[in-house]
Ligand binder design. Structure first.
Ligand code: QAP
Ligand code: CO
Length: 168
């Protein structure tokens, strides 16, 4: 197991579009274990492979209070979304210290493969629905700040670049 390095906005690698997983093999299961360890250590509730600079369609998330309900999504696809939307204050391990409101469909149906390559369908609402949509966005090269105004995006970019300089 290993804690992986998390890319930080505005790293251009966060905007790469991830490739589908061809075969769910031991290499993918090792990636899933490392991503889960990285998410729990952070701590966070969701992590996409893009955030650890692996451009494959793999997501881990755990929205439980008890931190013992890991969910794995390989090649996830949103097959249905509700008409009604909800606004939620989102954050991101790649955008530390920044939280802002994003409006998304309230409920989504997701199809994916699990870590054994078995297909499943999940009907998600609440925080799970927000999180799975946020993580699928990462696989498509989209970071939640891109839903905010240009002004907010440039403030966030400048704040994080400044923070990066201060640690170097
Ligand atoms: C995505 O985000 C998410 O700024 C997962 O300093 C977030 O795990 C989906 C985190 C909210 C839905 C709602 C953020 C940790 C963790 C920070 C995370 C930070 C430390 C974010
Ligand atoms: Co994120």
């Amino acid at each position: 197991m290993a804690v992986l390095n998390i890319l930080r906005y505005p790293d251009p690698r966060l905007h790469r579009v991830a490739e589908p997983v061809q075969v769910v093999d031991e290499r993918i299961r090792q990636l899933v274990r490392d991503m889960a360890e990285t998410m729990y250590e952070a701590p966070g509730i969701g992590l996409a492979a893009t955030q650890v600079d692996v451009h494959l369609r793999v997501i881990v998330l755990d929205v439980s209070e008890s931190r013992d309900a890991l969910r794995v999504f390989i090649n996830p696809e949103i097959v249905a979304s509700s008409e009604d939307t909800k606004v939620y204050e989102e954050g991101c391990l790649s955008v530390p210290g920044i939280y802002d409101e994003v409006e998304r469909p309230d409920r989504v149906t997701v199809r994916a493969l699990d870590e054994h390559g078995q297909p499943f369908t999940l009907e998600a609402d609440g925080l799970l629905a927000v999180c799975v949509q946020h993580e699928i966005d990462h696989l498509n090269g989209r970071v939640f700040v891109q839903y905010l105004s240009r002004l907010k995006q440039s403030r966030i970019r400048n704040r994080l670049l400044k923070a990066e300089r201060n640690v170097a």
